[in-house]
Ligand binder design. Structure first.
Ligand SMILES: Cc1ncc(COP(=O)(O)O)c(C=O)c1O
Length: 386
């Protein structure tokens, strides 16, 4: 029998009744856009992730774009980000005419390497063509980047820090959340994400009240917000007075209703993911080149469980023949993708990124992966003689 890579139906078996009735409530009240569930979700997301404010939006990609828009990123600005990430991290940067400057990763966590970040910033300053503006760290595979160090670097050079936490919403560093370090945290509710909805969705989180208001405005076409209304009188609904150029990026009420039910069990699911990851680590360590490394004091939410193997492709073929799915995140780092050719750094600059793209593979991982299924996966890996 084939094993699902991510078993969303197992979660449905646990809370389908609650989700279905939450959806029915929205169908009954009919406020499909900006309904009461959206505001409630924003409050609960902020509380869960230790941020003061949350703005729900249409996707994790839009969430990053909204932050860059709020910071008025523009042509000739440099935005530093990893190349070893899902393309959305860097994709939004050229939307504003700015340039992604790709930075290498740490060999053990696959997250942005702070030393290489400083090298890239210094080099950009020396070359003098671009103005350093923003750093984007990514919580790859569920583990936070080294945000304490990234914060120091951002402060040293006067840059904004964004935590792309699409894969890491709920991850912590010594009990602290990425929003304690980053100016903005973004996340995605794509269904396969640890906290996913039944379609597309995302959110932007920040401790900065004024920035949260701007984000609120930008995600509804630059509508007037309270600060814009001071000293003005209106003879029409102020939302039709556009104060800035924004976009339409709202989270549907039905998706907010689904997420509220999923958020209620999310802490429990994170715990389950950690137990499953610990068991994988113990059983697999002797049979693969590397099991995932989580820094001391960090808690990963295990969006992916990613190993390395000297014969990665052989092992994947062996597992596929046994109906065990695997995935490679990411076979082509952003800087080698044709669309980003013009932003590729000099050959050899992103050595770790290029090496890891050839060696990593992810195994089935979700909170409902039972021991019997996990044993089948582990036994299959043990039995590989490649
Ligand atoms: C690291 C990262 N950033 C951004 C995104 C974009 O999120 P979305 O698919 O919701 O636009 C994703 C998700 O796929 C992601 O993994």
């Amino acid at each position: 029998m084939s094993i699902p890579f991510i078993d969303l139906q197992a979660q449905r078996r646990r809370i389908a009744g609650k989700i279905d009735s939450a959806i029915q409530t929205v169908l009954d009240h009919g406020a499909f856009v900006m309904g009461p569930e959206v505001g409630e979700l924003e409050r609960q997301l902020a509380a869960f992730s230790g941020a003061k404010h949350a703005v729900a939006c249409a996707s994790g990609t839009d969430a990053i774009a909204l932050a860059l828009m709020a910071w008025e990123v523009k042509p000739n600005d440099a935005v530093f980000c990893p190349s070893f990430t899902f393309c959305a991290t860097g994709e939004v940067i050229p939307w504003f005419g700015a340039s992604p400057v790709f930075v290498d990763i740490e060999a053990d966590t696959y997250n942005l390497n702070p030393d290489d970040l400083e090298r890239a910033i210094e080099q950009t300053i020396r070359e003098g063509k671009l103005t350093p503006k923003v750093i984007i760290g990514v919580c790859l595979f569920g583990q936070s980047a080294n945000y304490p160090r990234l914060r120091e670097i951002a402060d040293k050079y006067g840059l904004k820090l964004l935590a792309d936490s699409a894969q890491g919403f709920g991850a912590t560093i010594n009990g602290r959340h990425p929003s304690d370090f980053a100016d903005v945290v973004t996340t995605s509710f794509f269904p396969a994400k640890p906290l996913g909805c039944y379609g597309d969705g995302g959110a932007v989180l920040t401790n900065d009240a004024a920035l949260a208001d701007i984000l609120d405005s930008l995600h509804v076409h630059g509508k007037a917000i309270t600060a814009d209304m001071e000293g003005r009188t209106f003879d029409h609904d102020p939302k039709y007075l556009n104060m800035r150029i924004g976009m339409n990026s709202r989270l549907d009420t039905i998706q907010a209703a689904v997420l509220l039910e999923k958020l209620a069990i999310f802490a429990d699911e994170i715990e389950a993911r950690n137990k499953i990851a610990a068991r994988y680590n113990e059983l697999l360590a002797p049979h693969v080149s590397s099991t995932p490394s989580v820094k001391d004091g960090y808690v990963s939410i295990w969006a992916q469980y990613t190993i390395e193997h000297d014969n990665r492709d052989g092992l994947r073929g062996h597992l596929a023949a046994l109906d065990i799915p695997t995935a490679v995140y990411y076979p082509a780092p952003m800087h080698v993708s044709p669309a980003y050719k013009e932003f590729a750094p000099a050959p050899g600059t992103l050595k770790v990124t290029e090496e890891k793209a050839g060696g990593v593979m992810s195994l089935p991982m979700h909170p409902y992966l039972d021991e019997e299924t996990q044993d089948r996966i582990v036994d299959a890996i043990r039995g590989f003689n490649g």
